[in-house]
Write a protein that binds this ligand. Structure first.
Ligand code: NAD
Length: 430
């Protein structure tokens, strides 16, 4: 493989650390594996990534000089189908983090039972200091260096931090140029005119809303008058807030990186969206009192939706959380030590690998539509998303009752069980 090296598939987790993503994932994995009484051989297989690729990405910059960026792609597990997972462009990308996120994708795809494995990719770069043409050359060279692993049947990337449908279109074009025909199923999150799916933009927030409704139903709580606080007003948070409001809940607090707004009578989400459209951020929005992001998490609400960053609910603030339900729109918003505190306090946590799986589910629909060459209406997409999310929620809920564990542990047990079952059937190739 040109300028790429496939490293041995044996990553040792670093020291236990509350905010380390690999450790956070592995702690949950280990607990679930122990409760499942997972066979030691399968445990070893599932605790290690299948393939880690480290590639040097040379780019001719606009000033004529050559820069070389470090890129990664990790295929964590492909036993259930092609690897699936986003690509991020960020200075903070590390192989450990990409590996953790690839494992997360494996469990997430198994929770919603879509026929994909898990992957993740990243390039260490600062996209805010690069021109469009530099980003295009970076994307195309990174794609070319991964040609042997990418493909609709093997590995299907998607957008992640600092990548978007523009970047997906470049990946799709580069791959297609090498194959000498158009292959739009090689990535998801594409522009609709290139084979993207209707409903994809709203899918993650819609999945959060569906999970919250199911949780309320299970806990015997009403929709009307139920108070919600949403941290993060981007793709996931703003859509979740708008759809929850539409279902009759009262969204009393929202926030973005500039801080939050609180109004006990409810915030009119379309109005806040209009404000953000005109002013970029919520700062200065007149629809309520200013609060901090930390205050928002500790408000007297029924439902809390962290939909911004990882590690915002930790052992420090978990004892002060008053919400009855937490729906994790973001990836990894709760640390492992905080899990135990929330459980002791009777908080019902809908874990990220279930709550935000609406996005990957509609990515799966996009891949199916590309392969069928037949495109669905938005209503069909939303209806099928609803069926999958509700079935996944039911599966996890049932598992949690049967094994007397919380929803996060149940989600990990269910997904590990599903991946392990496939390994047992397939066996270990000599
Ligand atoms: P986004 O960039 O559209 O929005 C992020 C929001 O968080 C913005 O409103 C931003 O201002 C806010 N934010 C940033 N820093 C903050 C801070 N310090 N405090 C409070 N708010 C802050 O991103 P998104 O696509 O909505 O993703 C949000 C989270 O959901 C991420 O964890 C992401 O990995 C996860 N996620 C997204 C999808 C998806 O389909 N977009 C799918 C699964 C998981």
């Amino acid at each position: 493989m040109e300028a790429a090296q496939i490293a041995a598939a044996t990553t040792k987790p670093p020291e236990a650390n509350e905010e380390n993503p690999f450790e956070a994932m592995m702690q949950r994995f280990d607990r679930a594996a122990e409760l499942l009484n997972l066979d030691p051989g399968l445990y070893k297989i599932l605790r290690n990534p299948e393939k880690q690729i480290i590639t040097s990405v040379p780019v001719v910059m606009d000033n004529g000089e050559i820069e070389v960026f470090q890129g990664y792609r990790v295929l964590y597990n492909t036993s259930r189908g092609p690897a699936k997972g986003g690509i991020r462009f960020d200075m903070g990308v590390t192989l450990d983090e990409v590996t953790a996120l690839a494992a997360w994708m494996t469990w997430k795809c198994a929770v919603v039972d879509v026929p994909f494995g898990g992957a993740k990719g990243g390039v260490i770069c600062d996209p805010y200091r690069m021109s469009q043409s530099e980003l295009e050359r970076l994307t195309r060279r990174y794609t070319a260096s991964l040609l042997e692993v990418l493909g609709p049947d093997s590995d299907v990337p998607a957008p992640d931090v600092n990548t978007n449908e523009r970047v997906m279109a470049w990946i799709m074009d580069t791959y297609s140029m090498h194959k000498r025909h158009t292959v739009n199923a090689v990535v998801t999150g594409k522009p609709v005119s290139l084979g993207g799916s209707l409903g994809r933009r709203e899918a993650t927030g819609r999945g959060v809303m569906l999970c919250v409704k199911e949780a309320l139903r299970r806990l015997g709580m009403p929709l009307h008058g139920t108070r919600v606080a949403v941290q993060g007003f981007g793709n996931v948070g703003s859509v979740a807030a708008r759809l929850l409001e539409k279902e009759g809940l009262t969204v009393v607090a929202i926030s973005d990186k500039t801080g939050g707004v609180y109004n006990p009578n409810g915030i009119f989400i379309d109005d806040a969206l209009e404000y953000v459209k005109n002013n970029k951020f919520l700062e200065g929005y007149p629809g309520g009192d200013r609060i901090t992001n930390e205050d928002l998490l500790e408000l007297e609400v029924d439902v809390l939706v962290p939909a911004a960053l990882e590690n915002v609910i930790t052992r420090r603030n978990a004892p002060r959380i008053k919400a009855r339900i937490i729906a994790e729109g973001a990836n990894g918003p709760t640390t492992a030590p905080a899990d135990a505190i929330l459980e002791d306090n009777g908080v019902f946590v809908i874990p990220d690998i279930l709550a935000n799986a609406g996005g990957v589910t509609v990515s799966y629909f996009e891949w199916v539509q590309n392969r069928e060459g037949y495109y669905w209406t938005e209503d069909v997409v939303n209806e099928r998303l609803r069926d999958i999310m509700i079935r996944a929620f039911d599966d996890v809920y049932r598992y949690s009752e049967q094994h007397n564990v919380n929803m996060r542990t149940a989600a990990y047990m269910l997904s590990i069980d599903r991946v392990a079952a496939v390994h047992r059937l397939r066996g270990v190739y000599a």
